[in-house]
Unconditional design. Structure first.
Length: 539
């Protein structure tokens, strides 16, 4: 419009009211929202415009971006959701990681698809997801959702230069973490190797009331429990239990450790004590036999000169009176002891009384008499168990009632006259002539055809012929395994065509001359004889 003056004449009439810009003749002030616009003058907005993080000096910035700069943060593009649990636990499958070119193009491959993470129904290809809960934290980071089974590191979060610590990502969606801000806590030196840890930086509108709390908008309150936790304008505290403050000698406590009742009893029953007697009952102990004493004991106490009993001495009466009376009741009257020398029913038999009557008591000292305590019956039992004085050892071979059983007598009677330990007088151990042995077992010769033999008790006095053509090893066991008799003896023969014989002595067994055995030639005999515990001689 020029600066020339224009005269406007009054309207003589109004035909209609325009409803469009063109109706008013305006054709060059239309807002085009599909192309770049140059806005001049002052514009007033009813709400703040949403702008992306600035990348050029002339770009607009949000307050959050400016605040983040004040906190020393590096702002990254926002993400749809953040997952603080592992992908394995969320999907129920396995996850593999490929670091690609030192992080560039690195990806996570899932065996099971990732569906609606953290309740976000708007996830599409290209959505950014913050992975913050992998067991190997080096696999955490900001990823792009390329498919339900594959995530790829975002290009602004795939190199150490982009992950220097203080990197801020705003999360827009999710059931638990919508509208929260997260920061990379430390710089990452090597992608796929260094840990990637995110910490929550902000949480607008994401407060969650925990156990025992209520939330109304941004205001939290505590849930009280009737009779346990009281909540009022002054604060939170323990609810009163109904018991007034004070000192109580008997209380009742509930499962929370609170005192619910209190009292101050004055009797034993009030304290629940059942093994004590009230004071009033003790006052009648001298006349009431049912309490502690018998009538005889009461009479005894009544006769005591109490002026001579000190406080120290009276303590000895505690729980002792009944014990003393019990011992007295078990004693024999003095008159009975006077008749001990002629009364069999008291302590001694008539024979023992006769024996005692013959003792010269003037020669028995106090020390010696003590030996009689408890010995009389024991001595008599030993005397009663002895044989008659007329019995002699000469009867042993014919009298079963003497020292031997019938079987033992028969065995002794069967020994040949002049026998010398079941061998003939001209038998010698060195000769080893088995023909001179009397009463030898029916099976004397044993053919040993195997290469090894461990001797047993049945081999005692036997003649073992070793026949194996290569060798024969004879093991002599410990007496803890075989109860060898003191005179054990065993004979061996290296048969014609048989291999050498060796004697094996386990730990604890000694065979004197053991090394001679292998030198015995075919057709020769030798033996071993026990001469001590686990000690044998080569003969």
């Amino acid at each position: 419009m020029s600066n020339s003056k224009t005269k406007i004449f009054p309207w003589t009439s109004v035909v209609n009211t325009p409803t469009t810009l063109s109706g008013y003749g305006i054709i060059n002030d239309v807002t085009d929202i599909d192309s770049d616009q140059t806005i001049t003058g002052v514009k007033t907005f009813s709400a703040s415009p949403i702008v992306p993080p600035p990348t050029q000096p002339e770009h607009a910035a949000t307050k959050g971006y400016v605040d983040a700069l004040g906190e020393g943060l590096r702002i990254h593009e926002s993400a749809h959701v953040i997952l603080t649990q592992s992908l394995e636990s969320i999907t129920g499958g396995s996850v593999s990681y490929d670091n690609a070119a030192y992080g560039v193009g690195a990806k996570l491959t899932l065996s099971n698809p990732l569906v609606n993470p953290d309740g976000d129904l708007d996830i599409v290809t290209g959505s950014r997801i913050v992975i913050a809960g992998q067991q190997n934290s080096a696999h955490n980071g900001v990823y792009v959702y390329t498919s339900p089974t594959q995530l790829m590191r975002a290009d602004d979060f795939d190199s150490p230069s982009n992950m220097t610590g203080g990197d801020f990502v705003f999360v827009k969606h999710g059931t638990q973490y919508a509208n929260t801000g997260w920061v990379l806590s430390d710089a990452v030196d090597s992608i796929g190797t260094s840990p990637v840890i995110f910490i929550q930086f902000s949480g607008a509108g994401t407060y969650i009331a925990g156990h025992g709390l209520n939330r109304d908008g941004v205001e939290f309150s505590v849930n009280g429990v009737a009779g346990q936790i009281a909540v009022n304008a002054s604060g939170v505290g323990l609810a009163t239990s109904g018991v007034n403050s004070g000192t109580y000698k008997s209380v009742t406590v509930d499962t929370y450790g609170r005192v619910t009742t209190g009292s101050n009893p004055t009797t034993l029953a009030g304290y629940g004590i059942t093994d004590a007697t009230p004071t009033a009952t003790f006052d009648t102990h001298l006349s009431n036999a049912d309490v502690h004493l018998t009538s005889d004991q009461n009479t005894l106490l009544d006769a005591i000169d109490y002026t001579k009993i000190t406080g120290e001495k009276i303590n000895y009466l505690n729980d002792v009176t009944a014990n003393i009376q019990g011992q007295l009741n078990s004693k024999t009257a003095t008159t009975t002891f006077n008749s001990h020398v002629n009364s069999v029913a008291v302590h001694l038999t008539s024979d023992q009384n006769t024996l005692l009557d013959e003792i010269d008591y003037t020669k028995i000292t106090g020390e010696k008499i003590n030996y009689l305590d408890g010995l009389t019956e024991n001595i008599q039992d030993q005397l009663d168990g002895k044989s008659d004085a007329g019995h002699g050892h000469i009867e042993a071979t014919t009298s079963v009632a003497g020292f031997m059983s019938a079987a033992q007598v028969t065995k002794l009677n069967g020994i040949a006259t002049g026998a010398q330990v079941n061998v003939k007088p001209n038998w010698t151990a060195a000769a080893g002539n088995v023909a001179e042995i009397l009463n030898k077992p029916a099976t004397l010769n044993i053919d040993q055809t195997g290469q090894t033999r461990t001797l047993s008790l049945t081999d005692n006095t036997q003649y073992i012929r070793c026949k194996h053509n290569t060798s024969t090893a004879i093991t002599v066991p410990l007496e803890s395994s075989v109860a060898w008799p003191a005179d054990a003896i065993i004979f061996f023969r290296r048969d014609i065509g048989a291999g050498a014989i060796s004697l094996i002595a386990p730990t604890g067994v000694t065979i004197n001359g053991q090394a001679i055995a292998p030198t015995i030639e075919q057709g020769q005999n030798f033996g071993i004889k026990k001469v001590g515990t686990n000690i044998w001689d080569f003969i």
